[in-house]
Design a binder for this molecule. Sequence first.
Ligand code: CAA
Length: 386
Amino acid sequence: MDFSLTEEQTLILQTAREFSAREIAPKAAELDKSGRWPSEIIPKLAELGFLGMAIPEQYGGAGLDVLSYALAMEEVSAACASCGVIMSVNNSLFCDPLYKFGTEEQKRTILAPVARGEKLGCFGLTEPMSGSDAQTMVTSAEKTKDGWVINGAKNWITNGPHADFILVFAVTEKVDAGPGRPPKLKHTAFVVPKGTQGYSQNPHDHKLGIHAAHSCTVFFENCHVLDSAVVGGVGDGFKVAMATLDGGRIGIASQALGIAKSALGSSVSYAKERKSFGVVIAEHQAIQFKLADMAVELEAARLLTWRAASMKDRGVRHSMESAEAKLYASEMATRVAHRAIQIFGGYGYSTEFPVERNYRDARITEIYEGTSEIQRIVIAAGLLRS
Ligand code: CAA
């Protein structure tokens, strides 16, 4: 098995690493403290083609592969996990489904400006009362003569306060499932531009971590859209959502890799400087063993993530592999950041060093785009299907 990167992938990795170190890392602590939206960084990500990486050039993308996207996501997230998820939502949760399921018209008029980073996208699946059990959403869309009227609310919508478009999922049919059984819900995906009458956004949420990546609740109140807003087939929305998340989970696994990489890097540097009992702490086996475990787990998570990315590149179904990567990488990132704080001791608990931010930022990767429990369900389903 060849684990080497191609020349192009190596170039993307170097570009992402240098760019993130120069343009993002110096601002990460301030972004975290102020919680401000990184409006000066997003156009620079767009300039590099990082907001539509795996979308063909004819639709505004960079025409790269999914592995390159994973490499860039890791580097950007190592510098700032908030910037990482803004990028991930735009690439994986908006551009990817528009490219895969959108009409030619949607690709030309909506996907292209979003993939170029001139506009921003977001993804509306989760609702106040349905997160993991996504099928049971209550947002509905009623057919009219020329389109649909959407009603409902979606929450935790990353990029929601700033996005120009939302890909939103709604129930469009309730099929009778027989006596005593709840009706089977059929869902449809719609792309809705900001500014459409009846579509509104709350101010952004306040969260434990990823402070600069704004999320919010959005509302649809008699929001009328034309038939041309449907993405994929009417009634196929749940499959669109699930297939999208198969890709999104590679993005979040890569974000987790970046967070862990940052925590490990800080720990190695600190261990070589800080002294205790007459030597630098790197000479204590208690520290060495922690560093070794952190490195092994990070590398294992990276291999799982790269495997899922390369399967997506080959067009092979990768639901189970993406779930494995996301499950392991996200839990790994929390463990690695936890150990990093232990290595730093009291300083690790202080906002003076980045490891406390790594710890807070890591936690969400175990929750969004499917909790660890949901990833285990997807993995078990894959095992039992085989
Ligand atoms: N690709 C294509 N189709 C799929 C699929 C996939 N990966 N997974 C399931 N499907 C299809 C099934 O084949 C089935 O089709 P049929 O009805 O034709 O048989 C249909 O979808 C329903 O599948 P299930 O019966 O498996 O569905 P379920 O209700 O049992 O749910 C689940 C499965 C895995 C639990 C799913 O609900 C899930 O992933 N939940 C978590 C949702 C999630 O990740 N939310 C995150 C929100 S996004 C976010 O966090 C955004 C952000 O801002 C960062």
